[in-house]
Design a protein around this ligand. Structure first.
Ligand code: ATP
Ligand code: MG
Length: 400
Protein backbone atom coordinates (compact mmCIF):
# COMPACT_ATOMS: atom_id res chain seq x y z
CA UNK A 1 0.00 0.00 0.00
CA UNK A 2 1.51 3.29 -1.02
CA UNK A 3 1.06 6.22 1.31
CA UNK A 4 2.85 8.71 -0.90
CA UNK A 5 -0.31 10.30 -2.34
CA UNK A 6 -1.36 11.21 1.18
CA UNK A 7 1.94 12.61 2.45
CA UNK A 8 1.79 15.74 0.31
CA UNK A 9 -1.58 16.67 1.83
CA UNK A 10 -0.63 16.09 5.45
CA UNK A 11 0.86 19.60 6.02
CA UNK A 12 -2.50 21.09 4.94
CA UNK A 13 -4.38 18.92 7.42
CA UNK A 14 -1.92 19.70 10.19
CA UNK A 15 -2.36 23.40 9.47
CA UNK A 16 -6.13 22.99 9.81
CA UNK A 17 -5.73 20.99 13.03
CA UNK A 18 -3.37 23.58 14.53
CA UNK A 19 -6.28 26.01 14.40
CA UNK A 20 -8.55 23.73 16.38
CA UNK A 21 -10.46 21.96 13.59
CA UNK A 22 -10.39 18.31 12.54
CA UNK A 23 -9.46 17.04 9.08
CA UNK A 24 -9.54 13.58 7.52
CA UNK A 25 -8.90 11.85 4.25
CA UNK A 26 -12.24 10.54 3.00
CA UNK A 27 -13.98 8.72 0.17
CA UNK A 28 -12.37 7.06 -2.82
CA UNK A 29 -8.74 7.65 -1.82
CA UNK A 30 -9.13 5.79 1.47
CA UNK A 31 -10.94 2.94 -0.28
CA UNK A 32 -8.29 2.71 -2.99
CA UNK A 33 -5.48 2.89 -0.44
CA UNK A 34 -6.81 -0.26 1.26
CA UNK A 35 -7.26 -1.93 -2.12
CA UNK A 36 -3.70 -0.98 -3.11
CA UNK A 37 -5.10 0.75 -6.19
CA UNK A 38 -3.49 3.81 -7.74
CA UNK A 39 -4.64 6.96 -5.98
CA UNK A 40 -5.01 10.00 -8.17
CA UNK A 41 -6.23 12.67 -5.84
CA UNK A 42 -7.09 12.73 -2.19
CA UNK A 43 -10.21 14.39 -0.80
CA UNK A 44 -10.04 16.06 2.59
CA UNK A 45 -13.06 16.56 4.83
CA UNK A 46 -12.94 19.01 7.70
CA UNK A 47 -14.94 20.45 10.57
CA UNK A 48 -13.83 23.95 9.50
CA UNK A 49 -16.43 26.01 7.64
CA UNK A 50 -15.61 27.12 4.07
CA UNK A 51 -14.95 30.70 5.26
CA UNK A 52 -12.63 29.40 7.93
CA UNK A 53 -10.65 27.39 5.36
CA UNK A 54 -10.36 30.51 3.21
CA UNK A 55 -8.94 32.42 6.17
CA UNK A 56 -6.42 29.70 7.00
CA UNK A 57 -4.71 29.58 3.60
CA UNK A 58 -3.21 32.26 1.36
CA UNK A 59 -4.31 30.71 -1.92
CA UNK A 60 -7.79 29.19 -2.17
CA UNK A 61 -10.36 28.80 -4.93
CA UNK A 62 -14.05 28.60 -3.98
CA UNK A 63 -14.83 25.85 -6.51
CA UNK A 64 -17.99 24.63 -4.80
CA UNK A 65 -18.31 26.89 -1.81
CA UNK A 66 -22.09 26.58 -1.53
CA UNK A 67 -21.64 22.82 -1.10
CA UNK A 68 -18.66 23.26 1.19
CA UNK A 69 -15.76 22.68 -1.20
CA UNK A 70 -12.77 24.98 -1.30
CA UNK A 71 -9.66 24.18 -3.30
CA UNK A 72 -6.51 24.87 -1.36
CA UNK A 73 -3.50 25.55 -3.56
CA UNK A 74 -0.43 24.35 -1.72
CA UNK A 75 3.05 24.16 -3.25
CA UNK A 76 1.59 24.31 -6.74
CA UNK A 77 -0.92 21.50 -6.15
CA UNK A 78 -4.68 21.66 -5.69
CA UNK A 79 -6.38 19.95 -2.77
CA UNK A 80 -10.14 19.70 -2.40
CA UNK A 81 -11.15 20.50 1.15
CA UNK A 82 -14.82 20.00 1.93
CA UNK A 83 -16.65 20.90 5.12
CA UNK A 84 -18.44 17.99 6.85
CA UNK A 85 -22.02 18.14 5.68
CA UNK A 86 -25.35 16.42 5.69
CA UNK A 87 -27.88 16.61 2.92
CA UNK A 88 -31.63 16.84 3.13
CA UNK A 89 -34.80 17.20 1.13
CA UNK A 90 -34.05 15.16 -1.89
CA UNK A 91 -36.66 16.38 -4.33
CA UNK A 92 -37.61 14.20 -7.30
CA UNK A 93 -34.87 11.71 -6.39
CA UNK A 94 -32.30 14.19 -7.67
CA UNK A 95 -29.73 16.14 -5.80
CA UNK A 96 -30.32 17.43 -2.28
CA UNK A 97 -31.93 20.83 -2.24
CA UNK A 98 -29.89 21.86 0.79
CA UNK A 99 -26.68 20.89 2.43
CA UNK A 100 -26.02 21.56 6.10
CA UNK A 101 -22.53 22.04 7.37
CA UNK A 102 -21.83 20.06 10.52
CA UNK A 103 -18.88 19.61 12.83
CA UNK A 104 -18.83 15.81 13.10
CA UNK A 105 -17.11 13.29 10.87
CA UNK A 106 -19.74 10.65 11.65
CA UNK A 107 -22.57 12.71 10.15
CA UNK A 108 -20.50 13.39 7.07
CA UNK A 109 -19.69 9.76 6.33
CA UNK A 110 -23.24 8.64 7.17
CA UNK A 111 -24.58 10.50 4.11
CA UNK A 112 -22.13 8.78 1.75
CA UNK A 113 -23.35 6.10 -0.63
CA UNK A 114 -21.52 2.84 0.06
CA UNK A 115 -19.73 1.49 3.10
CA UNK A 116 -16.50 1.17 1.10
CA UNK A 117 -16.76 4.91 0.29
CA UNK A 118 -17.56 5.94 3.85
CA UNK A 119 -14.22 5.29 5.48
CA UNK A 120 -12.02 8.11 6.77
CA UNK A 121 -8.37 8.25 7.76
CA UNK A 122 -6.41 10.75 9.82
CA UNK A 123 -2.88 12.06 9.35
CA UNK A 124 -1.51 9.12 11.37
CA UNK A 125 -3.21 6.71 8.95
CA UNK A 126 -5.66 5.69 11.66
CA UNK A 127 -8.92 4.40 10.14
CA UNK A 128 -12.40 5.69 11.10
CA UNK A 129 -14.78 3.08 9.82
CA UNK A 130 -18.25 3.60 11.30
CA UNK A 131 -20.02 1.39 8.76
CA UNK A 132 -17.64 -1.57 8.46
CA UNK A 133 -16.35 -0.56 5.06
CA UNK A 134 -13.12 -2.47 5.55
CA UNK A 135 -15.00 -5.70 6.16
CA UNK A 136 -16.95 -5.14 2.94
CA UNK A 137 -13.75 -4.31 1.09
CA UNK A 138 -12.28 -7.62 2.20
CA UNK A 139 -15.46 -9.45 1.23
CA UNK A 140 -15.46 -7.54 -2.10
CA UNK A 141 -18.97 -6.39 -1.44
CA UNK A 142 -20.94 -3.26 -2.33
CA UNK A 143 -23.43 -2.31 0.37
CA UNK A 144 -25.18 0.98 1.03
CA UNK A 145 -24.62 2.97 4.18
CA UNK A 146 -27.94 2.47 5.99
CA UNK A 147 -31.23 1.33 4.50
CA UNK A 148 -30.69 0.72 0.78
CA UNK A 149 -34.25 1.58 -0.31
CA UNK A 150 -34.05 4.88 1.56
CA UNK A 151 -30.62 5.66 0.13
CA UNK A 152 -31.57 4.89 -3.47
CA UNK A 153 -34.86 6.78 -3.09
CA UNK A 154 -32.88 9.86 -2.00
CA UNK A 155 -30.61 9.70 -5.03
CA UNK A 156 -31.13 7.12 -7.76
CA UNK A 157 -27.70 7.88 -9.20
CA UNK A 158 -26.34 5.66 -6.43
CA UNK A 159 -27.79 2.66 -8.28
CA UNK A 160 -25.60 3.35 -11.31
CA UNK A 161 -22.69 4.25 -9.05
CA UNK A 162 -23.09 0.89 -7.35
CA UNK A 163 -22.75 -0.86 -10.70
CA UNK A 164 -19.88 1.45 -11.59
CA UNK A 165 -17.98 0.33 -8.48
CA UNK A 166 -18.93 -3.28 -9.15
CA UNK A 167 -17.35 -2.93 -12.58
CA UNK A 168 -14.27 -0.95 -11.53
CA UNK A 169 -13.46 -3.12 -8.54
CA UNK A 170 -14.93 -6.40 -9.76
CA UNK A 171 -17.02 -6.65 -6.58
CA UNK A 172 -20.41 -8.19 -5.89
CA UNK A 173 -23.50 -6.39 -4.75
CA UNK A 174 -24.90 -7.33 -1.37
CA UNK A 175 -28.36 -8.97 -1.59
CA UNK A 176 -30.48 -6.29 0.11
CA UNK A 177 -28.64 -3.57 -1.78
CA UNK A 178 -29.37 -5.41 -5.02
CA UNK A 179 -33.06 -5.91 -4.16
CA UNK A 180 -33.34 -2.18 -3.43
CA UNK A 181 -31.65 -1.34 -6.73
CA UNK A 182 -34.37 -3.36 -8.42
CA UNK A 183 -37.23 -1.65 -6.65
CA UNK A 184 -35.79 1.86 -7.18
CA UNK A 185 -34.50 1.40 -10.75
CA UNK A 186 -37.34 3.37 -12.32
CA UNK A 187 -36.24 6.50 -10.44
CA UNK A 188 -33.26 6.70 -12.79
CA UNK A 189 -35.56 8.60 -15.14
CA UNK A 190 -35.50 11.59 -12.78
CA UNK A 191 -31.73 12.01 -13.03
CA UNK A 192 -29.95 14.45 -15.31
CA UNK A 193 -28.44 12.63 -18.25
CA UNK A 194 -25.04 14.22 -17.61
CA UNK A 195 -24.79 12.61 -14.16
CA UNK A 196 -25.87 9.26 -15.59
CA UNK A 197 -23.33 9.35 -18.41
CA UNK A 198 -20.43 10.27 -16.13
CA UNK A 199 -21.02 7.12 -14.11
CA UNK A 200 -21.94 5.00 -17.13
CA UNK A 201 -18.66 5.88 -18.84
CA UNK A 202 -16.68 4.73 -15.79
CA UNK A 203 -18.78 1.57 -15.60
CA UNK A 204 -17.96 0.64 -19.20
CA UNK A 205 -14.24 1.03 -18.60
CA UNK A 206 -14.14 -1.23 -15.54
CA UNK A 207 -12.45 -4.60 -15.55
CA UNK A 208 -15.62 -6.23 -14.20
CA UNK A 209 -17.78 -4.84 -17.00
CA UNK A 210 -19.08 -8.25 -18.12
CA UNK A 211 -20.83 -8.90 -14.82
CA UNK A 212 -21.84 -5.28 -14.17
CA UNK A 213 -23.39 -4.95 -17.63
CA UNK A 214 -25.40 -8.13 -17.10
CA UNK A 215 -26.69 -6.70 -13.82
CA UNK A 216 -27.50 -3.40 -15.51
CA UNK A 217 -29.61 -5.21 -18.09
CA UNK A 218 -31.15 -7.42 -15.46
CA UNK A 219 -32.26 -4.33 -13.55
CA UNK A 220 -33.60 -2.98 -16.85
CA UNK A 221 -31.82 0.33 -16.24
CA UNK A 222 -31.54 1.00 -19.98
CA UNK A 223 -35.33 1.41 -20.10
CA UNK A 224 -34.94 4.63 -18.09
CA UNK A 225 -31.97 6.19 -19.91
CA UNK A 226 -32.65 8.50 -22.86
CA UNK A 227 -31.63 7.15 -26.28
CA UNK A 228 -30.56 3.76 -24.90
CA UNK A 229 -34.17 3.00 -24.09
CA UNK A 230 -34.93 2.63 -27.80
CA UNK A 231 -32.68 -0.37 -28.28
CA UNK A 232 -33.26 -4.04 -27.79
CA UNK A 233 -30.62 -5.14 -25.30
CA UNK A 234 -31.75 -8.72 -24.99
CA UNK A 235 -28.82 -10.31 -26.78
CA UNK A 236 -26.14 -7.77 -25.97
CA UNK A 237 -23.19 -8.79 -23.85
CA UNK A 238 -20.18 -6.61 -23.16
CA UNK A 239 -17.26 -8.83 -22.34
CA UNK A 240 -14.42 -6.35 -22.48
CA UNK A 241 -13.84 -2.93 -20.99
CA UNK A 242 -14.70 -0.32 -23.55
CA UNK A 243 -14.83 3.46 -23.83
CA UNK A 244 -18.10 5.32 -24.21
CA UNK A 245 -17.27 6.25 -27.83
CA UNK A 246 -16.52 2.60 -28.63
CA UNK A 247 -19.76 1.55 -26.97
CA UNK A 248 -21.76 4.05 -29.05
CA UNK A 249 -20.11 2.87 -32.26
CA UNK A 250 -20.82 -0.71 -31.26
CA UNK A 251 -24.54 -0.18 -30.72
CA UNK A 252 -24.74 1.82 -33.93
CA UNK A 253 -23.21 -1.17 -35.74
CA UNK A 254 -25.46 -3.79 -34.23
CA UNK A 255 -28.71 -1.85 -33.94
CA UNK A 256 -28.50 0.72 -36.71
CA UNK A 257 -28.89 4.43 -36.24
CA UNK A 258 -31.59 5.80 -34.03
CA UNK A 259 -32.74 9.37 -33.65
CA UNK A 260 -32.00 11.17 -30.45
CA UNK A 261 -28.32 10.53 -29.75
CA UNK A 262 -28.14 14.22 -28.82
CA UNK A 263 -30.32 13.57 -25.82
CA UNK A 264 -27.29 11.97 -24.14
CA UNK A 265 -25.64 15.43 -24.20
CA UNK A 266 -22.19 14.04 -24.92
CA UNK A 267 -19.13 16.02 -25.96
CA UNK A 268 -18.47 16.55 -29.67
CA UNK A 269 -15.22 14.70 -29.24
CA UNK A 270 -16.98 11.55 -28.00
CA UNK A 271 -19.51 11.74 -30.82
CA UNK A 272 -16.81 12.28 -33.43
CA UNK A 273 -14.76 9.41 -32.11
CA UNK A 274 -17.79 7.11 -32.14
CA UNK A 275 -18.66 8.10 -35.70
CA UNK A 276 -15.10 7.53 -36.90
CA UNK A 277 -14.98 4.07 -35.36
CA UNK A 278 -18.37 3.21 -36.82
CA UNK A 279 -17.22 4.32 -40.30
CA UNK A 280 -13.95 2.45 -39.89
CA UNK A 281 -15.66 -0.86 -39.12
CA UNK A 282 -18.19 -0.29 -41.90
CA UNK A 283 -15.50 0.34 -44.49
CA UNK A 284 -13.54 -2.68 -43.33
CA UNK A 285 -16.41 -4.72 -44.73
CA UNK A 286 -15.43 -3.77 -48.28
CA UNK A 287 -11.74 -4.61 -48.04
CA UNK A 288 -10.95 -7.01 -50.85
CA UNK A 289 -7.35 -6.32 -51.75
CA UNK A 290 -4.05 -5.16 -50.37
CA UNK A 291 -4.57 -1.74 -51.93
CA UNK A 292 -7.99 -1.28 -50.30
CA UNK A 293 -6.44 -2.29 -46.97
CA UNK A 294 -3.64 0.22 -47.50
CA UNK A 295 -6.12 3.01 -48.18
CA UNK A 296 -8.10 1.97 -45.10
CA UNK A 297 -4.96 2.18 -42.95
CA UNK A 298 -4.13 5.59 -44.41
CA UNK A 299 -7.69 6.81 -43.72
CA UNK A 300 -8.17 5.45 -40.21
CA UNK A 301 -4.69 4.88 -38.83
CA UNK A 302 -2.98 2.19 -36.84
CA UNK A 303 -4.53 3.17 -33.49
CA UNK A 304 -8.00 2.72 -34.89
CA UNK A 305 -6.97 -0.68 -36.26
CA UNK A 306 -5.67 -1.65 -32.84
CA UNK A 307 -8.95 -0.57 -31.22
CA UNK A 308 -10.92 -2.69 -33.67
CA UNK A 309 -8.66 -5.69 -33.07
CA UNK A 310 -9.19 -5.25 -29.32
CA UNK A 311 -12.94 -5.29 -29.92
CA UNK A 312 -12.80 -8.23 -32.32
CA UNK A 313 -14.37 -10.80 -29.98
CA UNK A 314 -17.11 -8.39 -28.98
CA UNK A 315 -17.90 -7.47 -32.58
CA UNK A 316 -17.81 -11.02 -33.91
CA UNK A 317 -19.96 -12.37 -31.10
CA UNK A 318 -22.59 -9.87 -32.25
CA UNK A 319 -22.34 -10.93 -35.91
CA UNK A 320 -20.11 -8.12 -37.12
CA UNK A 321 -17.42 -9.84 -39.13
CA UNK A 322 -13.96 -8.42 -39.66
CA UNK A 323 -11.70 -9.35 -42.59
CA UNK A 324 -9.75 -12.56 -42.14
CA UNK A 325 -6.88 -12.39 -39.62
CA UNK A 326 -4.61 -13.34 -42.49
CA UNK A 327 -5.27 -9.90 -43.93
CA UNK A 328 -6.31 -7.80 -40.94
CA UNK A 329 -3.73 -8.45 -38.24
CA UNK A 330 -1.54 -6.11 -36.28
CA UNK A 331 1.80 -7.01 -37.89
CA UNK A 332 0.53 -6.55 -41.42
CA UNK A 333 -1.14 -3.29 -40.48
CA UNK A 334 2.01 -2.02 -38.77
CA UNK A 335 4.20 -2.88 -41.75
CA UNK A 336 1.85 -1.23 -44.22
CA UNK A 337 1.50 1.81 -41.99
CA UNK A 338 5.27 2.23 -41.66
CA UNK A 339 5.67 2.18 -45.43
CA UNK A 340 2.94 4.66 -46.32
CA UNK A 341 4.35 7.33 -48.63
CA UNK A 342 2.14 10.01 -47.03
CA UNK A 343 0.17 10.24 -43.80
CA UNK A 344 -2.25 13.04 -44.60
CA UNK A 345 -3.36 15.40 -47.38
CA UNK A 346 -0.87 17.94 -46.11
CA UNK A 347 1.94 15.62 -47.18
CA UNK A 348 0.78 15.60 -50.83
CA UNK A 349 3.05 17.47 -53.23
CA UNK A 350 0.00 19.08 -54.79
CA UNK A 351 -3.08 21.02 -53.74
CA UNK A 352 -6.34 22.28 -55.22
CA UNK A 353 -4.89 25.59 -56.36
CA UNK A 354 -2.04 24.00 -58.31
CA UNK A 355 -4.46 21.56 -59.94
CA UNK A 356 -6.79 24.39 -61.04
CA UNK A 357 -3.85 26.32 -62.54
CA UNK A 358 -2.29 23.33 -64.26
CA UNK A 359 -5.52 21.93 -65.70
CA UNK A 360 -6.93 25.38 -66.57
CA UNK A 361 -10.24 24.54 -64.95
CA UNK A 362 -12.53 26.46 -62.64
CA UNK A 363 -13.50 25.28 -59.19
CA UNK A 364 -16.13 22.55 -59.07
CA UNK A 365 -17.05 19.13 -57.72
CA UNK A 366 -14.29 17.61 -59.90
CA UNK A 367 -11.67 19.04 -57.57
CA UNK A 368 -12.66 17.12 -54.47
CA UNK A 369 -12.98 13.87 -56.36
CA UNK A 370 -9.67 14.37 -58.20
CA UNK A 371 -7.79 15.14 -54.98
CA UNK A 372 -9.14 11.95 -53.46
CA UNK A 373 -8.10 9.93 -56.53
CA UNK A 374 -4.61 11.40 -56.34
CA UNK A 375 -4.41 10.71 -52.60
CA UNK A 376 -5.36 7.04 -53.10
CA UNK A 377 -2.96 6.68 -56.03
CA UNK A 378 -0.06 8.04 -53.97
CA UNK A 379 -0.95 5.85 -50.98
CA UNK A 380 -1.09 2.71 -53.14
CA UNK A 381 2.06 3.78 -55.00
CA UNK A 382 0.43 4.08 -58.39
CA UNK A 383 2.07 7.45 -58.68
CA UNK A 384 5.00 9.00 -56.84
CA UNK A 385 4.43 11.99 -54.61
CA UNK A 386 6.10 14.39 -57.02
CA UNK A 387 4.07 17.28 -58.39
CA UNK A 388 4.98 16.98 -62.10
CA UNK A 389 4.35 13.25 -62.07
CA UNK A 390 1.03 13.68 -60.27
CA UNK A 391 -0.18 16.17 -62.88
CA UNK A 392 0.78 13.83 -65.71
CA UNK A 393 -0.92 10.95 -63.92
CA UNK A 394 -4.15 12.95 -63.51
CA UNK A 395 -4.24 13.83 -67.21
CA UNK A 396 -4.19 10.17 -68.23
CA UNK A 397 -6.01 8.49 -65.34
CA UNK A 398 -8.73 10.70 -63.90
CA UNK A 399 -11.98 11.38 -65.62
CA UNK A 400 -12.85 14.96 -64.86
P1 ATP B 1 -13.23 7.85 -8.02
O1 ATP B 1 -11.92 7.37 -7.57
O2 ATP B 1 -13.70 7.16 -9.23
O3 ATP B 1 -13.32 9.35 -8.11
P2 ATP B 1 -14.78 8.20 -5.66
O4 ATP B 1 -15.21 7.25 -4.59
O5 ATP B 1 -13.81 9.27 -5.26
O6 ATP B 1 -14.24 7.38 -6.87
P3 ATP B 1 -16.51 10.30 -6.45
O7 ATP B 1 -17.63 10.29 -7.43
O8 ATP B 1 -15.34 11.17 -6.73
O9 ATP B 1 -16.09 8.81 -6.23
O10 ATP B 1 -17.14 10.72 -5.04
C1 ATP B 1 -16.35 10.98 -3.90
C2 ATP B 1 -17.03 10.45 -2.63
O11 ATP B 1 -18.23 11.20 -2.42
C3 ATP B 1 -17.47 9.00 -2.72
O12 ATP B 1 -16.44 8.12 -2.30
C4 ATP B 1 -18.66 8.97 -1.78
O13 ATP B 1 -18.23 8.89 -0.44
C5 ATP B 1 -19.29 10.35 -1.96
N1 ATP B 1 -20.36 10.39 -2.99
C6 ATP B 1 -20.23 10.74 -4.29
N2 ATP B 1 -21.41 10.72 -4.93
C7 ATP B 1 -22.32 10.37 -4.01
C8 ATP B 1 -23.74 10.18 -4.04
N3 ATP B 1 -24.44 10.33 -5.16
N4 ATP B 1 -24.35 9.82 -2.88
C9 ATP B 1 -23.65 9.67 -1.72
N5 ATP B 1 -22.32 9.82 -1.64
C10 ATP B 1 -21.66 10.17 -2.75
MG1 MG C 1 -13.20 10.93 -6.60
Amino acid sequence: MSKSAFYDAIPIMEHIQKHGYTAYFVGGAVRDFYLARVINDVDIATSAMPNEIEQLFDHTIPVGKAHGTINVVWKGCNYEVTTFRTEDNYEDHRRPSHVHFVRSLYEDVARRDFTINAMAMDTKFELYDYFNGLEDLKARCIRTVGNPVARFSEDALRIIRGLRFQSQLDFDIETKTYEAMKSCAKDIKYLSVERIMTEFEKLLKGKGIAKAFKVLLHLDLMAHIPYFKMFNWQNVEINTSITLAQFLAFIHLIEGKKEGLNSLKLSNQTLKEAEKLYQAVQSLQSITSKSSLTIWIYDYGIECAQTILNLKTLLESHSIQLPSPLVFNFNTIKTISEHLPIYSRKDMDINGKVLIDELHLGRGPWLKHTLREIECAIVTKKVRNIQAEIIEWVKYNVEI
